[in-house]
Design a protein around this ligand. Sequence first.
Ligand SMILES: C[S@@+](CC[C@H](N)C(=O)[O-])C[C@H]1O[C@@H](n2cnc3c(N)ncnc32)[C@H](O)[C@@H]1O
Length: 189
Amino acid sequence: MDVERFRDLLGNEFAFIFNEMNPVVQKLKLEKTAKILDIGTGTGWMAIYLALNKYRVITGEPESDESEYAKQDWLESARKVKVDHMITYTPFNAEDMPFEDSSFDAIFILGTLHHVDDKEAALKECNRILRLNGIVCVFEPNSDALKFIRDNKFPTHPDAVDPRLYIKELPFLSELIELPFYNAYLLRK
Ligand SMILES: C[S@@+](CC[C@H](N)C(=O)[O-])C[C@H]1O[C@@H](n2cnc3c(N)ncnc32)[C@H](O)[C@@H]1O
């Protein structure tokens, strides 16, 4: 898929995220029928990227989140590229998610884990709702990206986190892929 088709409609930030996510997500070779969860909707870039790749996605963030990171215009963006019908929004908190055990094939967490108060509880919940052989993909900004984000957008942005520090009790095998601006942590169950 050519990202240039979407740059005019969604802007450079989306095109940038698209290019970072693409090698990792393509490598996963998920079935088009895979049940996919995106934790932390924000601007919706992760959900929209997945939907453009013909995956149906459930996405959400806490209803109570009044921070500058939440309640963005993701639906308007999804409509611009005609994938709003592929995305289902439901508010939830990653530390206590309203989903059945073993109900997802893949969970994506882009630029969100560092915002979650109880990271251990969130990853424990991911394990609960993920089926056996499923995968959690956590994308956290590296130091260059963090500097860029703080200099250009959110001066008080929190530090990135390494999810491997919070999964010691969980049955995940982890792999780190270093992208130009993100660290992608693939946690396989
Ligand atoms: C920087 S935004 C994420 C960007 C987004 N993933 C994207 O693709 O554009 C951070 C998100 O984390 C969400 N968040 C913060 N605490 C959370 C929690 N406990 N559970 C779920 N989401 C949370 C915020 O509401 C916000 O949507």
